[in-house]
Design a protein around this ligand. Structure first.
Ligand SMILES: [Cu+2]
Length: 173
C-alpha cells in the first residue's frame, strides 16, 4: 500500500518537453561557443613565454629604462618607448618598475617578469590579468585602445606590502 504505483511516471507534458529541449539546445550552444570564442572573441591575450634568469631580466629592464626614460614619478622612472617596440615591466616586492607611457592604437610587446616571488598583473579598469613569475619572461602583445591613465594592481598575494603594490600605465593620443 505504501509502494508507488507501477507506472508512477507520466509522459512529459508539452510544456515540460519544450523546456527540456530549450535546455538541451542551450547546452549545445554553450559547448560550441567555448572553442569558437577562443578564436573569435579577441579575449585571450596572445602570450609567449621564455625562460630567463632574474639577472638577465633585470639587465633588460635597466637597459630599457636607460634608453627611453622621459620623466620620474615618485622616484620611479617614467619610460616612453617607441611604438612597436619591446616594453619591459618588472614586478618585485612591492613595486612595479618602471612606469610605462604608451601611445594609443600602437602595438607593443609587453614583457613581464618578477624579481622575487609570484605577483599578479591586473590592469584597471580593464579585465586584463596576467601571472608574473620569477625566471619566466611573459611577452604579451598589447594595443592600448583608449588614452588615459590605467591603474596596475598586484592581484596575487605577495607579502606584507601587497596592498601598496600599485602603479599605472599612461596612454597618450
Ligand atoms: Cu605583488
Amino acid at each position: 500500500m505504501l509502494a508507488p504505483p507501477q507506472n508512477w511516471w507520466k509522459p512529459l507534458s508539452r510544456m515540460e518537453r519544450s523546456w527540456v529541449i530549450v535546455a538541451f539546445v542551450w547546452c549545445l550552444v554553450l559547448t560550441i561557443m567555448m572553442p569558437l570564442w577562443f578564436f573569435l572573441g579577441r579575449q585571450n591575450v596572445p602570450v609567449t613565454t621564455y625562460r630567463v634568469t632574474q639577472a638577465e631580466y633585470f639587465e633588460s629592464v635597466n637597459a630599457f629604462v636607460e634608453e627611453y626614460q622621459v620623466d620620474t614619478l615618485q622616484g620611479i622612472p617614467v619610460v616612453e618607448p617607441p611604438p612597436g617596440s619591446d616594453v619591459y615591466l618588472l614586478a618585485r616586492q612591492w613595486q612595479w618598475y618602471p612606469v610605462l607611457k604608451l601611445k594609443k592604437g600602437e602595438e607593443y610587446r609587453l614583457h613581464l617578469s618578477s624579481m622575487d616571488t609570484q605577483h599578479g598583473f591586473s590592469l584597471q579598469p580593464t579585465n586584463l590579468n596576467l601571472q608574473v613569475l620569477p625566471t619566466y619572461d611573459y611577452v604579451a602583445k598589447i594595443i592600448p585602445t583608449q588614452s588615459g591613465e590605467y591603474g596596475i594592481i598586484c592581484n596575487e598575494y605577495c607579502g606584507i606590502g601587497h596592498h601598496i603594490m600599485t602603479s599605472k600605465v599612461i596612454v597618450t593620443e
